[in-house]
Design a binder for this molecule. Structure first.
Ligand SMILES: *Cc1c(COP(=O)(O)O)cnc(C)c1O
Length: 465
């Protein structure tokens, strides 16, 4: 499989190089040159397969030329063997139409583990036998950081610098990152910053080609294609269990950076009959405005009990705009440059119509979020986290008659205060994380300033030149 950039001028890469790279050299994001389509019989044949077998069938076309089916299976067995549930991502029924897909049984209790456990093994695999070393730089609103750190701690040839906005991640989230004391892990709390500030800093490092090349920068944010690829799997796994391809299934996706829902879009492009993908946003609703009114414009970021969705610029939206905009990289590059300069842009008619063909959106406020948590608890005995509740509130607005799967993106114990407020139940951490609050923490607090942060990294990262 060959990979192209959304901005049309970066070199075409194979799967190995696209995995090891972050942002494309032209500032765009990589995606496959063409979508592999699984025939209906192949999708029907996924019925009853294990998660790992489903993963191999869905991902094989994307890794072609870089990994054999057996190699891919070995990596998937290692990655998903670390999950605490034998089904990896079990489905739970809430009422006649409503389902939860629990994506939080990995080591750090959020769906990010599904992709990052595999990505860590892919990095190691592609570095082994080379003298190449990687500097992984990431920005996190909480969950990506802990999942990446768990997946990469102690791995040979990889140095990790993880930036989080100081004071804006939950205590559980922070401790899951800062109590990992492996020498290749460097946590940075950015003073006075929002997640968008942290993400903008990381983007600027990738766009500084001298810096990016000197330290072989690599991304674990969902700008990394391999992450999205791993997330496509569970759309197939869930839909097939609910009767696909004979029956259409809808998905409601708590959305921040548009990575998870873009993976659903990819599943649809590969032939999975998805009735609708519902982008569920909190009050930070740039995506809802873009998808309903064509208005993609930044506002201020409001802090909510769903920090992983407190975001204004959703990196992966660019991938959708590229694919529904006739894959015209030069046009998109111009459009995105305009957005980067002014903080606002309008979707073209082709983009708006292309998106609307499969994607809907809902904005869910704090009352509706709490209402969904209360409903799940009282009606179905399920304690859900605030992000999942945003998705479920959106799912319950769909007309009845089609099964709707809400992606349960985090374990409720990651956000105990918000859950207790809405339901009266205080969720407890699974036993494997029970001593989190007794562990030693280590992190640096740095000013939200490009020179300060790059200086800190330059002193500690292996230089490739
Ligand atoms: C990352 C995250 C999201 C948002 O996912 P995107 O792929 O960024 O849209 C939602 N919920 C939780 C719990 C998350 O960790």
């Amino acid at each position: 499989m060959r990979y192209v950039s959304t901005r049309g001028t970066a070199p075409i890469l194979d799967f190995r190089d696209v995995t090891l790279t972050g942002l494309a050299a032209d500032g765009g994001l990589y995606l496959p040159e063409a979508w592999p389509v699984l025939p209906t019989e192949t999708i029907a044949g996924l019925a009853g397969l294990s998660y790992v077998d489903t993963a191999v069938a869905v991902m094989l076309p994307f890794v072609e030329g870089a990994l054999t089916a057996d190699e891919l299976r070995g990596l998937c067995e290692a990655a998903y063997g670390r999950f605490a549930h034998a089904a990896v991502t079990p489905l739970v029924q809430l009422d006649h139409d409503q389902w939860l897909l629990e994506l939080f049984h990995g080591p750090t209790l959020a769906f990010k583990d599904v992709a990052l456990q595999l990505l860590g093994l892919l990095f190691e695999r592609f570095l082994t036998g080379t003298d190449k070393r990687l500097t992984v730089v990431g920005a996190t609103s909480g969950d990506t950081g802990s999942a990446a750190i768990d997946a990469l701690a102690g791995r040979e040839g990889i140095e990790v610098f993880m930036l989080h906005p100081a004071g804006r991640v939950s205590a559980v989230q922070r401790r899951q990152m800062t109590t990992v004391l492996a020498p290749n892990i460097h946590n940075i709390a950015l003073d006075g910053a929002s997640f968008d500030d942290a993400q903008a800093l990381v983007k600027a490092m990738f766009n500084d080609r001298g810096f990016a090349d000197r330290f072989a920068l690599s991304a674990v944010n969902s700008i990394n294609w391999a992450r999205l690829m791993a997330q496509v799997v569970y759309y197939f796994y869930a839909a097939v269990r609910l009767g696909a391809p004979a029956r259409r299934v809808a998905f409601a996706v708590p959305t921040g950076n548009f990575g998870d829902v873009f993976a659903g879009y990819v599943a649809a492009k590969m032939g999975l009959p998805i009735e609708r993908l519902v982008v569920a946003t909190n009050v930070n609703d740039i995506l809802h405005r873009a998808l309903t009114a064509g208005d993609y414009s930044k506002g201020g970021v409001v802090q909510t009990p769903t920090p992983s969705m407190d975001i204004q610029v959703s990196s992966n939206f660019e991938r959708l705009l590229y694919d529904v905009g006739d894959r015209d990289g030069r046009m998109l590059a111009e459009q995105m440059r305009g957005f980067e300069a002014s903080g606002a842009m309008r979707l073209t008619n082709a983009q708006a119509e292309g998106a609307a063909a499969i994607i809907a959106s809902e904005r869910v406020d704090l009352d509706a979020m709490a209402g969904a948590m209360g409903w799940a608890c009282a009606q179905a005995g399920q304690v859900i986290d605030p992000h999942t509740a945003i998705g479920l509130a959106a799912a319950r607005r769909l007309p009845p008659g089609t099964p709707v799967v809400t992606l349960a993106t985090a374990h409720p114990a990651k956000f105990p205060d918000a859950v207790e407020r809405a339901t009266g139940v205080r969720p407890t951490l699974p036993a494997r994380l029970g001593d989190l609050f007794e562990r030693e923490e280590r992190y640096a607090t740095l000013a939200n300033d490009f020179a300060t942060v790059t200086g800190y990294i330059a002193e500690r990262a292996p230089s490739s030149q």
